[in-house]
Ligand binder design. Structure first.
Ligand code: FAD
Length: 480
């Protein structure tokens, strides 16, 4: 008996329920990856995600190869790719019993899976799906009235009360390849890597291999989780786990993270507890994506539909390039461009600056993040942007507007973060590093800073931007 293990966002061997199912059914396994960007509609993987995907697939293929299991790579519509593989296996006398894969939650993929399942049914091939990506399936969590949660705290309380599922055991040495293996593309044929090299900074910042995934989790749990609560908001120190791209690609599963933190006794201290609550935000994001799929493009609440945005390509571009004149925001945007990742505190401040001070639609910011983040994730990105814009579940109230330099002074008091990513300001003393426009001329001259030349003047004055955002909210309120 042959089962196709269709790898999707579960690019790992350990804790993989699909492989465990193959073993449970005593079948040979044919690992398959299908690159199908068209299946994702408007949310096909962006450039940084494709870079990550390339390396994650190379790592997975290597791990499978070591077990004697070749990874079959195809491109195009999943139903065509799968039926062609099924036909090849049948022709060689090794019929496929079923296709097993991890469940996905992105609305376009969920819809497409129905078609895939029907087409497979027509050719007599079964279908099995399991949970590789979440601690708990979205429909298993609901409030007392049976409705989905829209507020995080009760969601988290509910989740905490459920018995955590252990990672799925996979006895990988028992996995066997079928006697026939259909044709495969080479990984390079998927054209995931950039043709013009812009990825040096990303390559220097990350190890996207399976060993890298294991090391990042182990190091964090052993060395840093206890200090997480204290350090997580300080972008100038390495205080968070940086597990997000591994979790997104499924190189690490949330059950493994949960178990590792518990095994190290981390859940009993403030650091571990706070960290697990952040992992629960990821679960909450998937819960929302599942129950409110249209929020990827539209505000969750009707009253924000006609919000008076002021689209301005120049303002958007200044933000994208990290040239707003607010060092903390600019450092974040440049960290993103250079390394494919931005610290969560700075994501909140930079995103807020775009939608509030600059009045640009949150969807434009979400698109930019989508293309530049190595951890771009439809659930978390959508929730993050709707939260910042004030239009989503458990959102920040619209009138709470982050002060773009006050946040820098609070969370980057020594200016280390700004100095790393905005080097042209490095010579400024701490007092002015977050508000160079207040520095006396001689201080600027000594630091080699010429505002408007070596570094921009603020794109909008803070109080004016804040007031404009509040006025826009007031206008929306009156319309509602
Ligand atoms: P840690 O602090 O170590 O947290 C551990 C894990 O918990 C993370 O890896 C992540 O999986 C999860 N997590 C932590 N915070 C959040 C959160 N606020 N929402 C959802 N999950 C969370 N995260 C993504 O993974 N992909 C995105 O595309 C994404 N877009 C965002 C957009 C905006 C505007 C904002 C404000 C946040 C976004 N986040 C996104 C959430 C968060 O910024 C990142 O998950 C976090 O910075 C990743 O770094 P880490 O792994 O070191 O996090």
């Amino acid at each position: 008996k042959v089962i196709i293990a269709w790898f999707r966002q579960d690019l790992r061997i350990r804790d993989n329920p699909v492989l465990a199912e193959v073993l449970r059914r005593d079948a040979a396994v044919l690992p398959v990856y299908i690159h199908a960007p068209e299946e994702d509609g408007a949310w096909a993987p962006g450039a940084a995600s494709r870079w990550w995907l390339y390396h994650a697939l190379a790592g997975l293929a290597g791990d499978l190869e070591a077990l004697g299991l070749p990874l079959v790579i195809r491109r195009g519509s999943p139903e065509e790719a799968l039926t062609s593989i099924v036909a090849s296996m049948r022709g060689a006398g090794h019929p496929v019993d079923s296709v097993a894969c991890a469940r996905v939650y992105e609305p376009d993929r969920v819809q497409h899976d129905e078609q895939v399942r029907e087409v497979l049914d027509e050719v007599g091939v079964g279908w099995w799906q399991g949970n590789a990506s979440l601690l708990i399936e979205p429909e298993h969590v609901c409030n007392k009235s049976g409705d989905p949660f829209r507020v995080f705290t009760p969601f988290w309380k509910h989740l905490r009360g459920l018995p955590p599922e252990p990672p799925v055991a996979v006895d990988a040495d028992r996995l066997e390849a079928p006697d026939h293996v259909p044709d495969s593309l080479a990984l390079d044929d998927l054209e995931l890597l950039p043709t013009r090299s812009w990825d040096d900074g990303i390559a220097a910042a990350w190890d996207p291999s399976p060993a890298g995934a294991r090391t990042v989790l182990e190091d964090f749990v052993e060395e840093r989780v206890t200090a997480y609560k204290r350090c997580r908001d300080v972008p100038g120190v390495n205080g968070t786990s940086r597990l997000s791209p591994y979790l997104h690609s499924g190189q690490v599963g949330p059950r493994q993270v949960w178990a590792a933190v518990h095994a190290a006794g981390g859940a009993d201290n403030d650091g571990g507890f706070t960290f697990l609550s952040e992992v629960a935000w990821r679960e909450f994001a998937y819960h929302l994506l599942h129950h409110f799929p249209r929020t990827t493009d539209e505000p969750m609440y009707e009253k924000y539909r006609d919000f008076p945005w002021a689209p301005d390509p120049q303002a958007l571009q200044a933000w994208q390039k990290g040239r707003t004149g607010y060092p903390f925001v600019d450092a974040g945007m440049r960290q993103l461009w250079k390394t494919g990742w931005m610290h969560n505190r700075v994501r909140m401040v930079a995103a807020s600056f775009l939608v509030k001070h600059l009045l640009q639609p949150w969807q434009d910011g979400a698109r930019w993040f989508w293309d530049t983040l190595v951890d771009a994730d439809l659930a978390s990105n959508t929730m993050g942007w709707q939260w910042v814009a004030g239009s989503g579940a458990d959102a920040a109230p619209y009138f709470r507007i982050f002060n773009p330099f006050g946040q820098g002074e609070k969370f980057d008091p020594d200016g280390d973060y700004v100095r790393e990513f905005v080097p042209e300001l490095a010579g400024l003393p701490d007092k002015y590093i977050h508000r160079p426009w207040e520095a006396p001329d001689e201080v600027l001259a000594k630091a080699g800073v010429v505002l408007g030349e070596t570094y921009p003047e603020p794109i909008i004055e803070h109080r004016a931007g804040r007031q404009r955002a509040l006025d826009a909210l007031e206008a929306t309120r009156q319309q509602a």
